[in-house]
Write a protein that binds this ligand. Sequence first.
Ligand code: B12
Ligand code: SF4
Ligand code: SF4
Length: 377
Amino acid sequence: MATEGSADPADDPDMLVVRSKSARRRLDRAKALPTWGESEQQTRQRRTRLVKQLALESGFSRVGIARAEALPDHRATLQTWIDAGHHGQMAWMAKDVARRCDPGQVVAGAQAVVALALDYDTAQPHTGDLDGSGQDRLWVSRYAWGDDYHQVAAKRLRRLEGAVTRALQPELGERFRGPGGPERPFSAVRDFRWYVDHGPVLERVWAQRAGLGWQGRHSLLVDPRRGSYFFLAAVVTSIALDADEPMVDHCGSCRACVDACPTGAILPERLVDARRCIAHATIEVEGPVTAEIRALAGDHLFGCDVCQEACPYNRFSQPCGDPAFEPRPGLLAPTRAAVRAWAEPGGDAHLAGSPLRRRGVAALAELASNPGPASAT
Ligand code: B12
Ligand code: SF4
Ligand code: SF4
């Protein structure tokens, strides 16, 4: 079963106990201790419990595990998507297709993929609820109101990597053997490689296989009890772990996200044509803002939540209570004038460590010069 954590790691009494490094090391080791005469299956079960527990203690909301195996069907689908140009300006998506669909090419002797979810929803209103304010406001996607999730997740992944290494290295030591390989010391860099967006890993596919949710028609992962406002990360590991049951599809006959998408970017087969997606236009496209991008973006300054807001499962979404994702001042629904001022000297201090930095304040200010609201089709 995929495993769930408390919303705030600071609420977890274990987290308070393990503040000192030596205490943390002792605790991790105690959790990992093999029992005498343990069978191979018991060892796998114990390590699975340990990795899941450490993932939750490291600040992730949920964790599940999938068996690492090549994904030939996905490779064909991904290649067709790229050949059709659906990846838009993300040239990096066209590289490494074979690796992206085969964890064995990412970690030699990969046994398992640990899928991690990190909730980011807050109690703030949705984009649609802000509509009609008549204040010439722009929309920043809810995932981008707080700290950059790449940095937040990377910090927690490093914490997890350290905890797993401390717990398992004494046990694995020199006796660790990747399948078919020689005995060698366990090394987190080689045997426990983590990714959040930046690597050749299909994070949603692994998360679905690990039981964290299913890919909705909008292609995002949806948890039936919480909706889709969570990030994903993945660890490819050569440690043998027990796999969870994959999540089944719960879309049924619903097509709300497809009907709501303002640009018709959602394709059949749960794929998205990035060239028509507002998120691609406002986050990924580099260089000056073209008329086409302006028209696509409409009142969206950075990212787009329309398909997620239409999803009935997001009615179950709860504020995650993680201060990292609370809106920074001025990011909830900034006026066009405020955004233009970000490009003035010293005007972007509040954007340090924010995902919006990725786009650059000049491009954001240029987009804010769009007289909008524009037709987004
Ligand atoms: C490239 C990318 C984008 C692109 C393209 C989006 C897309 N749908 O592909 C753009 C810039 C548009 C984008 C936008 C957004 N993104 Co994005 N993005 C990614 C990234 C880096 C790769 C996704 C990818 O591999 N796309 C390629 C397509 C082809 O893959 P796919 O849709 O998963 O399809 C596979 C399967 O569905 C399957 N499949 C589909 N049909 C069929 C049929 C058959 C027969 C078979 C066998 C298989 C199959 O095969 C495909 C290939 O394997 C991931 C991180 C990662 N490394 O995974 C984040 C990620 C998906 N994005 C994320 C987010 C949050 C967003 C936005 C919500 C941000 C925003 N608010 O603006 C939007 C949502 C737009 C949308 N509806 O997708 C999160 C999603 C979290 C979640 N709960 O699902 C991720 C996981 C980042 C993260 N680490 O948290 N994104
Ligand atoms: S993010 Fe916006 S533009 Fe992209 S698929 Fe969803 S609704 Fe359509
Ligand atoms: S809106 Fe409907 S079709 Fe789209 S992901 Fe949610 S349940 Fe599935």
